[in-house]
Design a protein around this ligand. Structure first.
Ligand SMILES: *Cc1c(COP(=O)(O)O)cnc(C)c1O
Length: 438
């Protein structure tokens, strides 16, 4: 072990890399705990914190956050299986997504989730039919609204324009006959999600205020109760050097100020704050090993054993200046940068760059590098099958022990689903072989 290297809960990262191989994702449960607790302890008790599995669907991550009290927001059958296996109670799970299949809706009804978040009037009709077939008297739903107020500050705005998500507020206001016609589907409240990567407290507070006001208005217009309002989330973390982390204390204080009068007016109403990135990003590091260090036309490159195939998000944003995720030498942790390196993965595409001109201490083949703040939208949002490398191992360090929480894809497994066709004997002089003439 190298004296200067990074340790996770006391374990040298080189030991983790040797035991489980590279590339891999390492998650630190202490960081998950710290982030969750700080948020939970700060937020008004009427607000429940739900994990959006989309950001990190690993069963151990969901299991750990679930054990701390988090609910879950899911969008597929496998995510439903995941939260069950993770031990999260159905009354703390909601299922959303604009394209739920019949099988998914049936599974939601059978599982008795807190709510299905319906995203179209058509979906309400489908669910009504399914409830009737299943003989269910009451299937709780939230109506996902595409709000008509303005938001700002999101890296990716999700509302206020034509979208496949949710039901336009304007359409909902005219839909009382549809809601009144529902027999088995019980509207419990509303859901709105304004987008992702908000880094400004004021924007998040503004969104929350507007969503709660809209929910109040719609509940009156439509004559439905306010038992639950999910006001989304979209809390960001800073990745790039032009960004600053969210001021959580200010965000939570501002949200609580908005929530306080709302829950006084609607006692017993459950509020949900659903978060993916914020709950998981800081806890994860993508660990790669430098295979080669080389120079091309005056620029130094580190070619690592993993890249955008596992961490597409690290490609960065921006059309002119590509911004880098925080990348550190884990082998020479804490050592001063000696120069800049462009860090690439092993893929045969010039886009496989996880950091451009990254200031690093000297890098040699065999060194470990880490892309920090990578616990969200890593493997789940990456083209892991590109060049048939498959997905990497994932390790969760909990109470000083490193647990393998996802095996890396094995070569045989990767090929096992493909089928070779029997093409008969090889063609001779461009003519088909004898087998083809039978
Ligand atoms: C993606 C998504 C989330 C999670 O977003 P983060 O920015 O990662 O917190 C929550 N809710 C909905 C509806 C989403 O689509």
């Amino acid at each position: 072990m190298n004296a200067g290297e990074l340790r996770v809960q006391g374990i040298p990262v080189s030991h983790i890399a040797e035991e489980f191989g590279t590339p891999l994702f390492v998650y630190d449960a202490d960081v998950l705990h710290e982030v969750y607790r700080t948020l939970r302890d700060g937020l008004h008790p009427a607000v429940d914190v739900f994990l959006s599995l989309k950001a990190n669907p690993n069963v151990a991550i969901a299991g750990y956050l679930g054990s701390l009290g988090a609910g879950a927001e899911i969008s597929s059958l496998v995510e439903l299986m995941t939260v069950r296996r993770a031990g999260i109670a159905p009354e703390n799970v909601i299922f959303l997504g604009p394209g739920k299949t019949r099988a998914e809706l049936e599974a939601c009804v059978a599982a008795g989730l807190h709510a299905v978040v319906c995203e179209s009037l058509d979906e309400l009709r489908a669910l009504e039919e399914i409830a009737a077939e299943a003989g269910r008297e009451e299937v709780p739903v939230l109506l996902r609204v595409n709000p008509d107020f303005h938001t700002k500050g999101s890296g990716l705005a999700m509302s206020g324009k034509p979208r496949q998500f949710g039901i336009d507020a304007e359409l909902l206001r005219r839909s009382r006959p549809v809601i009144d016609g529902l027999r088995r589907v019980k509207v419990r409240g509303f859901h709105a999600y304004m987008g992702t990567r908000f880094l400004n407290a004021e924007d998040l507070v503004h969104n929350t205020r507007q969503i709660l006001a809209l929910a109040e208005e719609l509940s009156q217009t439509l004559g439905v109760p306010l038992e639950t309002v999910d006001f989304g989330g979209g809390f960001g973390v800073a990745y790039f050097d032009n960004e600053k982390d969210l001021d959580l204390a200010a965000t939570v204080a501002g949200i609580n100020e908005v929530v306080e009068p709302f829950v006084r007016a609607h006692p017993g109403c459950r509020l949900i704050n659903e978060l993916g990135r914020y709950l998981t990003a800081l806890a994860g590091t993508y660990v790669v090993r430098a295979l080669y260090v080389k120079e091309s036309l005056g620029e130094r490159f580190v070619v690592a054993d993993g890249g955008t195939n596992h961490h597409m998000a690290a490609v960065g944003v921006g059309s002119f200046v590509k911004r880098n995720f925080p990348i550190r030498s884990l082998t020479r942790h804490g050592q001063e940068p000696e120069g800049v390196y462009t860090v690439t993965g092993p893929l045969c595409t010039p886009n496989d760059v996880i950091g451009r001109k990254v200031p690093l201490p000297p890098v040699a083949a065999g060194d470990l590098l880490g892309v920090e703040r990578s616990g969200a939208y890593g493997p789940t949002a990456s083209p892991g099958l590109f060049l048939s490398h498959g997905f990497p191992a994932e390790v969760l360090v909990h109470r000083g022990t490193a647990h393998l929480v996802r095996e890396r894809d094995h070569q045989e497994e990767l090929l096992a689903k493909q089928r070779l066709v029997d093409f008969g004997p090889p063609a001779v002089n461009g003519l088909p072989g004898p087998a083809a003439e039978e």
